[in-house]
Write a protein that binds this ligand. Sequence first.
Ligand code: ADP
Ligand code: MG
Length: 633
Amino acid sequence: MAEPSTGERREFQAEVNRILDIVVNSLYSKREIFLRELISNASDACDKLRYEAQLDASLVKDDPDLAIAIAPDARKRTLTIVDNGIGMSHDELVENLGTIAGSGTAKFAAELAEAEKDLAKKEKSGVGLIGQFGVGFYAAFMVADEVAVTSRRAGSDEAWRWTSDGRGGYSIEKAPDDAPRGTAIELRLKKDAAEFSETARVETVVKTYSDHVGLPVWLAGDGGRRQVNEAAALWTRPKSEIAPDQYIEFYRHAGHAFDEPWLTLHNRAEGVIAYTSLLFVPTAAPFDLFDPARRHGVKLYVRKVFITDECEGLVPPWLRFLKGAVDSEDLPLNVSREVLQNNPVVARISKALVKRVLNELKKKAGKDPAAYAAFWETFGQVLKEGIYEDGERRGDILKLARFRSTGAEGWVGLDDYVGRMKEGQKAIYMLTGDKAEAMRTSPMLEAFGAKGVEVLLLDDPVDEFWTMSVDAYGETPFVGVNRGDIDLSGIGGGEAADDGADDEPGGDAAPLIAMIKLALEGQVKNVRASRRLTDSACCLVVEEGGMNARLRKMLRAAGQTHDESERILEINPKHALIRSLGDRAKGDGASRDIEAMARLLLDQALILEGELPKDPAGFAKRMSDAMAKAVAA
Ligand code: ADP
Ligand code: MG
């Protein structure tokens, strides 16, 4: 490979150069992972060929036994990794090895870009990130001065050779026509990486990282070549024979992951539909968890043959954090990816998988609440999408859901909440808003606080959606504390806020309310005395079924406008200000004062909702006037 290249010279994409900069100069101590990356790519390439060969057998006819061969050469200080998989055409070499297309590497690049923006992350950048994300193919440059990739795409009669020293660009030229199908990657090792040209060292690394690879890995040594792995897909082996480390390595290999699985589920189903599943819940969220284009990471196999990692029907979007493999015995091998979309076998497997995953989550939540809380913080937002997307599973998901609450520190489940409900309490009360911590001081909670009634604080945007469509948890209805008229008088215990006046909360304030209504005509739907306030003077609420402030804000941000005037201003007749205003309202010529005060009350209520006063200049002026009067008095 040392001869000077006469091929076409091309530059790497800028992101690739940034990654290579770090890789080439890194002193990353676990350099041996380059071999995992290359074996993983070789194994992917064989999987892809096996799938294509189901539709066109001629692709593998001349060389049907798919395998990976690794040849260290201590004398030449080289290491070569060969596979007879799908191979790459000229354009694929350019696309795959000169730009960032690969999933694993894209993740690294995205994090790197983030790290450059964010000082706090900067410490983690570079070498730290390699361990966390891996850099796929480019990891080869951690140990090699030069990498040569010779490849022939299955079915093509052209072979190409790609070479690079990892510094700025690469060359690509025609390779001899007798190059075999698949890909050979030849590494000219750096001086300080000579260990990877020794058979014994390479064998240890291969065993660590590739034992689960489902095809033979051959290693060349003094006594000829021998197979160094078991070559049985991990999920086909009995659970009792699989060590925890093997599961972890398989997870990293199959899921292009670099963390450890939070939960591992390995099962064989033998019923009407037979399949094996090996599923993982990751510990860390992938960077694109909320990217609408993101799919789940569960690969579909049919009798050990890889079919696709894009089978949408297999895992619902609200479980898209799952990774792993499902191997069916009932699907035909030559099933096309299109046919899979609406396949009844896939649908049944999916249903069973969902049930199993939810069950295991439930178990984990019961057994280890702290670990479950960590899971919930990472993936709870995604799981909650299932509450409105999957009517059938709604109850199960609600059981698994955790919320912030006024009743306890940390995460609270609905069963805990229901268990703590007060005598006479008939509903699960909740408040939605931007931040649970800020919501704790909301005036909406005053009467609940006084009665010791717990309120769930829902601060996730997705909460706005499911709370619109889900009425109850089992038999217990959900009630938004900023909705409709709240009457807590039937609930016993706590400091009663309902001291008689509650029956007719308007009471004395009736003339004042009438004047405020007049002053705010067109700006609010109604004005009434409040049963939910104990300390604050006023607040804004919505009718049962109306749109609350947060949803309104979200829709406004999304460019949808809505009628602002459908809210109700509630005033607290027991508040000193309202009482004085009430007295004032009974006197003569009060209407001008009351009008200014009414507007101030409304603006105050808006501010409490996290909104701006309607007319900030007018607000400031009215406020100054009121303050001037107070100072003068
Ligand atoms: P990833 O494996 O996450 O996609 P990599 O950087 O490891 O990212 O590889 C980039 C791409 O190069 C792969 O997606 C694949 O298309 C191609 N590739 C790498 N190695 C091989 C190989 N041995 N045979 C065929 N294609 C390969
Ligand atoms: Mg890879």
